[in-house]
Design a protein around this ligand. Structure first.
Ligand code: AMP
Ligand code: TRP
Length: 341
């Protein structure tokens, strides 16, 4: 492992196994991951179970959500042979490098993270130490693979910037050029899916209302009913996309239609110009079901055999470790640890 970090492109991204995967996760994350795999970029995808326990998780439920997320990756088109798919806790280098980074990063950097402020709320003193240190583990996830590109949502941009700060400080403090500066690849607004109840809020797995989101595991009837009840306004659809500027709920539904059908927004507008939502909504439901039903079906099949999912994740972890081990070994050497076994 030389100190001039190899800058060959490598994608790394992680998703927390926290249940209720939504259409937003599919369009904003999973589908984009599949596209990068299809472009032939070396891609590593991680079910970040260690991040999940920064807030309390019921162990039996956590086991279920880890496998469900792994199934969602595969059902969406991640090929565990071409990409690397694994769960974080099975490659111990994540925790080891995170510790080194805990000693490189400053406490003040962590307190400034908006996600920490949001999640800890008023009760900072009583949140887990892991919740505060979380960005340092995320930096380790990325840098353990010398990843160069990190597809994430806008809300994670600050954590990627912190990852760059940690990489730069490590390189500077130890006088090396070892860790690369990873680039965030931020989802465009085109792939942002909004709540079915409020077109100004992101569709989220943590929204208390299940009616606000389409879950990747919803069946056809549930999807149709949720779309039928989705909030809209009384006007028919206008002729152009610009005509939806002040109508966030309508814009969101058209956006979902375009993203899933592969048509441009303009083509969708032309097709439904002047039509009422009573016409558009059933058409949208059909497009969503056509796209999600095969994925949720495949997820159910995969989840029927948890041992097979575990085997796939285990194999992924072995391949991940092959990349991570020499990088971690060199990082330890740079720090001054004695390799005694
Ligand atoms: P989260 O569900 O917030 O843990 O996010 C996991 C991944 O899904 C991230 O890459 C997010 O950017 C993406 N994601 C989550 N919700 C949405 C949404 N409503 N629209 C687009 N992308 C989303
Ligand atoms: N923090 C990210 C989130 O909550 C998940 C994550 C953990 C991640 N490690 C990562 C994303 C490394 C990209 C790269 O969405």
């Amino acid at each position: 492992m030389s100190d001039a970090a190899p800058r060959t492109p490598r994608v790394f991204s992680g998703i927390q196994p926290s249940g209720n995967l939504t259409l937003g996760n599919y369009l904003g994350a999973l589908r984009r991951f599949v596209e990068s795999q299809e472009r032939g970029v070396d891609s590593v995808y991680c079910v970040v179970d260690m991040h999940a326990i920064t807030v309390w998780q019921e162990p039996e439920k956590l086991r279920g959500t880890i496998r469900e997320l792994a199934a969602a990756f595969i059902a969406s088109g991640i090929d565990p042979e071409r990409s690397i798919l694994f769960n974080q806790s099975q490659v111990s280098g994540h925790a080891e490098l995170a510790w080194i980074f805990n000693c490189v990063a400053r406490i003040g950097w962590m307190y400034r993270m908006t996600q920490f402020k949001d999640k800890a709320g008023k009760n900072t003193e009583n949140s887990s130490l892991g919740l505060l240190a979380y960005p340092s583990l995320m930096a380790a996830d990325i840098l353990l693979y010398h990843a160069t590109h990190v597809p994430v949502g806008e809300d994670q941009k600050q954590h990627i910037e912190l990852t760059r700060d940690i990489a730069a400080k490590f390189n500077h403090d130890y006088g090396v050029d070892f860790f690369p500066m990873p680039e965030p690849v931020i989802e465009g607004t085109a792939t942002r899916v909004m709540s079915l109840r409020d077109g100004t809020k992101k569709m989220s797995k943590s929204d208390p209302s299940d009616q606000s989101r389409i879950n990747m595991t919803d069946d056809a009837d549930t999807i149709a009913a949720k779309i039928r009840k989705a909030r809209t306004d009384p006007e028919p659809l206008p002729e152009t996309w610009e005509g939806l500027a002040e109508r966030p709920e309508a814009r969101n539904l058209v956006n979902i239609y375009a993203a899933l059908s592969g048509e441009t927004r303009e083509a969708v507008m032309a097709q439904f110009a002047g039509k009422a939502f009573s016409v558009f909504k059933p058409a949208l439901a059909e497009v969503v079901v056509a796209r999600l039903a095969p994925i949720s079906g495949r997820m159910r099949d995969l989840l029927a055999d948890p041992a097979e999912i575990d085997r796939i994740l285990g194999r992924g972890a072995e391949r991940a470790a092959e990349i991570a081990d020499p990088i971690l070994a060199r990082a330890k050497e740079i720090v001054g640890f004695v390799q005694s076994r």
